[in-house]
Design a protein around this ligand. Sequence first.
Ligand code: HEC
Length: 158
Amino acid sequence: MVLSLKNKLIVFATLFSFVVLLVNCSNNATNEEAKKADSTDCVKPLNPNGDSELALLMRNMMSSSKNLKEIIEQGNIPKEFPEAFKKIHTAKPTDSDTKKESFDAFASNYISNLQNLYNSPKEDLKKNYNAVVAACASCHSEHCPGPLKAINQLKISE
Ligand code: HEC
């Protein structure tokens, strides 16, 4: 079969778009899976109103905890207490019924453990850091179990 140059181009273009399509699809599939693994039972992945104030605060708390973990594991002392995290009491959640009655008690427990960590003598840093992670986990086990696995991975082995 002898193809004219034009036909060759058409065949090539078709094959090429097919490959692009395939690559795209498999990318989408991994993105979907990543989303699934990340998804939480309390946080709706499709939120027409954007991410809630509380969800954004939580993401900051998550990355701050990862930083703290690194700082402490390297034998350094955490410096500035993140005042912004005190907003946990008032920050609006995705669904207004997410914050159940016990929320404020869990939130105060978290903040006081965090303050304790920032006032901690060096030899107690690991222990006090893990107490903060436990405070995250205890609220989450009641209010929002989705991120629990990720939260438990924040622990430092003592
Ligand atoms: C007092 C309860 C409470 C404490 C303490 C708490 N959380 Fe949350 N967390 C929530 C609630 C409720 C949500 C759901 C927010 C929403 O639906 O808007 C949430 C959401 C999250 C999310 C998902 C955010 C997203 O992407 O949508 C992560 C991650 C998270 N928390 C991590 C943490 C970490 C890490 C800590 C401790 C440093 C922590 N949380 C402490 C109640 C808490």
